[in-house]
Design a protein around this ligand. Sequence first.
Ligand code: MCN
Length: 737
Amino acid sequence: MQFGTKVRRVEDADLVAGRGRFVDDIEPPGTLHAAIVRSPIANGAITGVDTSGLKPDVPLFTFEDVSHISWPHLIPELPVLAPLANGRVRYQGEAVAAVFGEDRWAAADARESVWVDYDQWEAAVDPIAAMEPDAPLVYEEMGSNVVLRSAVTPDEDVFAGADVVVEERINNHRMAPGMVETRAILAIPENDGLVVYCGHQMPFRLRDLLASGLGLEPDQVRVIVPDMGGGFGAKGGFVYPEYPLVAAAALRLGRPVKYIETRSENLATTCHARDHSTTIGVAATSRGDLVGLRIRTVGNLGAAAMNQRLCLGNTQAMAAGCYRIPKIDFEIKGVLTNTAPLGAFRGAGRPEAAYAIERIMDHLARRLDMDPAELRRRNFIPPDDFPHTTKVGAVYDSGRYEDTLDRALDRAGYSDIRREQQENPDRIIGVGLASYLEVTARGGEFGAVEMDGDGAVTVRTGSSPHGQGHKTTWAQLVADELGVPFESITVIASDTALVPRGWGTAGSRSAPLAGTAAQMAAGQVADRLRELAAERMEAAAADIVLENGVARVAGTDVSVPLGELAGEAGGLEAEVDFTPDGAGVFPFGTHVCVVEIHPDTGEIEILKYVSLDDIGTVINPIITEGQIIAGVSHGLTHALFEEVRFDESGSLLTGNWTTYRIPAISDAFDFDIARTETPTPLNPLGMKGVGEPGTTGATPAVANAVMDAMARFGITDADLPMPYTPHKVWAVLRSKV
Ligand code: MCN
């Protein structure tokens, strides 16, 4: 049995030996390299483009060269922009023109020869200020910067009947996703279409968007995703302007065209994430029973459409957290600003919701003078109340929240830490817990399985792995169904010519959807093999067992090789499109973080971190632990130091990895990772997604720990907003103590 076992990842040997093949490793003869001329200002008009210094043989593209591209995006309310600016720029780093050279240095030199003049205008940078009637408008034709709104408005006052109300303003600052290979695309003209190599999480979506944007049929565009070096949602379901630009250039110039973003471009123009300002209030009885919740969130959209609507929707869907809340009054607004567009990044709106509800639960516990664990316990949705529909419309499939809380507290030694806090007040120790849940695995996915006459098995999957290990885990699932060796299975993904259809990988969807589709397709092939074996060996199909590559009559040594059965049938194959009934599956858990703050330096030391997660049943615990560790790291460094900042003119202050601090190996520490297992009823094996839960639990756990330590000095969220950098912590302690 492979399911649930620690099979080593087949993907890693090539990657760790430097044999990975990324977009930039692919360079057909005659490739031209693109360099993009970008706006140095955040808001203004283009008043002139001087290309007199450009060598005559250097191809140059400006708006007129790409104005024919209708570039579909995901927010119909917003105007569709061409891939290059049309006389007006809306954020620093927006693409204005493109030049092409024989190599990337020639292209970069050519870029320096293009001079663009601008008339710089005042920029809308802060989303709260951008809502004011006299704020600069990002799109004049919209008449307002507030372009998205979603609300759930109950008839009654959600605070009525409560003994206690606490209300706080909390900010969730902006992050940038860091990936090993930055955004990368190579478009090769072939026949009357294109072959496109691109680090994209959804190859079919990219194919369809490029085809419709360029006026081609989908079958004229083949998208291949080689090794990617991470996407984290930011290479997900939307298309960046450079992609249709490069594709159009390849078609027009009749040569392969490659664009590899520089690290500075990556920080300036690959979508950012989070950036929510939230006022959240919660009402309760004096015994700590929740009465109502009111949330007002402003989400910064930046200056152009990505998948912000999806992210804001996730924040809404997750607003109630793990709690039974009788009344919820919720509103979220999406506000345009003259900053780089925002989009999905590990969690995509869910960590924002968990942070808000888990911070306010701690505030309420403090007001009630109640242990935060006890307050949570009182209000959890009980295990027998599933499926559970919340007042913001989410339908949770299953959960045992108290169980993960109790186990996490136990592993952390919670009561000992509380005792240490009391007995040793000289140490500034804080303990934070976060009970989270999140939605994963929405929609459906494709999987197909074939067996040939040699017994070799090929799996085609609609998922598009880029680090998650699907080649390993789908092979585990299929090996179990077919009774064949793991090694006899080849998994094919991420090529629109080799896989008939699919959605791709994001939203922690792949195991519950694509894994299930592969498993079900293998199950159909296995059923057919059992029928063929039963006929051949004159036994009942129910008595046939598939194991070690043969079909055997149970309890005998009469058997036939599976390849022989498949070969005689001319090969066996099955295809499955799996879409579960329900609105996603909901992993959950409790994270406990213990910190000590060193007042002389402002440094925060993590003394203990417990991640107790429930992702249903598990295919491969090595992989799921890796996902949790990586996810927690993302959420934790968000709380501690990662932050994108702009000045008041919209100029990026964090444009490289010196000013935008990303975690280094010296930031690593020991995690205690454990699981409970509550299967979802929404797929046959009971699996929930694992890619994002670590991130969702971590930010509030760290924030609650730091603010728990600070509470004794009367320091609140307003005094010390995230991220808790040593300098900020040191300064606030000096000012308050
Ligand atoms: N798995 C399992 N048992 C489960 C759930 C998952 O064994 N119950 C395994 C799966 O088979 C898969 C892996 O864990 O090998 C992750 O599965 P899943 O949670 O379904 O997530 P996806 O495969 O759909 O991956 C998306 C997720 C997201 S949303 C982000 S963001 C993220 C993440 O994966 N980006 C990553 N992990 C990443 N890892 C790498 N290396 N690079 C990224 O860009």
